[in-house]
Design a protein around this ligand. Sequence first.
Ligand SMILES: *[C@@H]1O[C@H](CO)[C@@H](O)[C@H](O)[C@H]1NC(C)=O
Ligand SMILES: *[C@@H]1O[C@H](CO)[C@@H](O)[C@H](O)[C@H]1NC(C)=O
Length: 251
Amino acid sequence: MVRMVPVLLSLLLLLGPAVPQENQDGRYSLTYIYTGLSKHVEDVPAFQALGSLNDLQFFRYNSKDRKSQPMGLWRQVEGMEDWKQDSQLQKAREDIFMETLKDIVEYYNDSNAAQITKQKWEAEPVYVQRAKAYLEEECPATLRKYLKYSKNILDRQDPPSVVVTSHQAPGEKKKLKCLAYDFYPGKIDVHWTRAGEVQEPELRGDVLHNGNGTYQSWVVVAVPPQDTAPYSCHVQHSSLAQPLVVPWEAS
Ligand SMILES: *[C@@H]1O[C@H](CO)[C@@H](O)[C@H](O)[C@H]1NC(C)=O
Ligand SMILES: *[C@@H]1O[C@H](CO)[C@@H](O)[C@H](O)[C@H]1NC(C)=O
């Protein structure tokens, strides 16, 4: 059996920084996700690292390329990180992570895996001290350093563009789709009204395009045959002084 073990990893221990995810009220988060495979899987690197600032992925690394690579809008950011040097750091993490993963898989043969891990770590106070320093000092310092280069990306207010389209398959109800796109941050409210009344959507979708750091969101309603009531799409976003209202112009 192949087992995927996604774990948040610290520099030296299997501990992750517990930081809030949302960029609300000027809060920022730095998150690392490390994934190791305990058995070989075709075309999947045994180890992968992914870093995010708030909701945006900014770097990746894997055991095949052994290169830390900036992602999305961070490909254009100069001076935030020495990616060559970071590649070596990630390689060191990979080694520790894979070693630890092997240990854990072995412990799982036993019924007290967590207990054994705890005892092992506590037997070496340096483990705990390093983890504490990593979580309480190193991670916040890294986040502060990265923010100097990333605030303009994370604090963007990109207003949504909105288009309304209709689609009707033979023998089916007409579908109205309202698409909001190219906006950031991702929190948005898109809904349809019929004669001023909010309608339950039939379908709803959200996509983050990491490449340019913008979101798309859409809502579809079904219109009963012969319905002549006015339909409008309403969009509310932090970049907008007031909600956008786009009426559906039936032709
Ligand atoms: C786990 O336990 C089984 C059965 O006792 C044994 O055959 C196997 O070698 C053990 N695996 C490891 C990784 O210790
Ligand atoms: C962002 O990327 C998406 C998907 O590639 C694309 O549809 C959209 O037009 C892009 N927006 C901008 C502002 O470049």
